[in-house]
Ligand binder design. Structure first.
Ligand SMILES: Nc1ncnc2c1ncn2[C@@H]1O[C@H](COP(=O)(O)OP(=O)(O)OP(=O)(O)O)[C@@H](O)[C@H]1O
Ligand SMILES: [Mg+2]
Length: 228
């Protein structure tokens, strides 16, 4: 990856890549340092099966929504990486590094089936929804947990700003499917997620109430079961 030439020309490069920490289908994530602080660079990989025009359009859309969401979360003091820089044309975004592991790895290495962390997860999902954002890909791969048990949401390329009730309900359904498929040993996980979600309800005028989101989620769950 090449960082803008004016930056590279500086005596001390601002971005120093250390190692690739994730090589996925959509993106390659490299950890490194930005002006001496831990950072990650997420570079979107071109997808050969899409026409180059559509691919560039999707890349720009996903990166720009990710950057806008990170900005909003910072503004509202929600824990998430902070945005450092982005280049829509080259297809990368640079953000602070969260020290921790994915909730997926954390749950899979856990020896007991205590699900208080999933209750906390429900709470941060509600906080995200309360600031007018749906995630769009809410799996346990897209939440990081640090040594103190603090959770941070990541990966906002499919997020929506000002989502409809259906998008909020769908976030919970995607998580429900993930918990059922990948973490089935945590029997009470979905109920704990719901309890956490319902425990945060600011009841401001312009917000969709938490209980309405849960009703929609139950409706979507029912629809999916019916069609399965
Ligand atoms: N800010 C960050 N701090 C620490 N680790 C990160 C950060 N951002 C991403 N990662 C790591 O990189 C992984 C992939 O990042 P992300 O979820 O944003 O990409 P992705 O869109 O899912 O990529 P793909 O769809 O190609 O798998 C995360 O699961 C996490 O392990
Ligand atoms: Mg991801």
């Amino acid at each position: 990856m090449s960082y803008p030439t004016d930056v590279e020309a500086a005596d001390t490069p601002m971005w120093i890549a250390h190692k690739v920490i994730h090589q996925g289908a959509e993106a390659t994530v490299t950890s490194g340092s930005w002006m001496g602080k831990s950072a990650v660079l997420k570079m979107r990989n071109p997808r050969g099966y899409r026409t180059p025009h559509l691919d560039r359009k999707l890349t720009r859309q996903r990166l720009s929504v990710e950057a806008r969401v990170l900005g909003r979360l910072q503004y509202h003091n929600l824990t998430s990486p902070s945005l450092i820089d982005l280049d829509l044309e080259q297809g990368w975004i640079l953000m602070s590094k969260i020290e921790g592991i994915t909730l997926y790895d954390y749950l899979n290495s856990k020896e007991d089936s205590n699900t208080s962390v999933i209750n906390s997860f429900g709470k941060i999902i509600r906080k995200l929804h309360e600031v007018g954002i749906s995630h769009g890909d809410l799996t346990t791969h897209n939440v990081l947990i640090d040594n103190n048990g603090k959770l941070s949401l990541i990966d906002f390329g499919l997020a929506r700003i000002l989502p409809e009730l259906e998008h909020l309900g769908l976030d919970l359904q995607v998580l429900n499917e993930c918990l059922t498929a990948s973490h089935s040993e945590f029997e009470n996980a979905v109920n704990d997620m719901i309890a956490g979600y319902l425990s945060i309800d600011s009841q401001k005028n312009n917000l969709i109430p938490a209980k309405d989101v849960i009703s929609r989620f139950n409706e979507i769950r029912g629809r999916v079961r019916y069609h399965a």
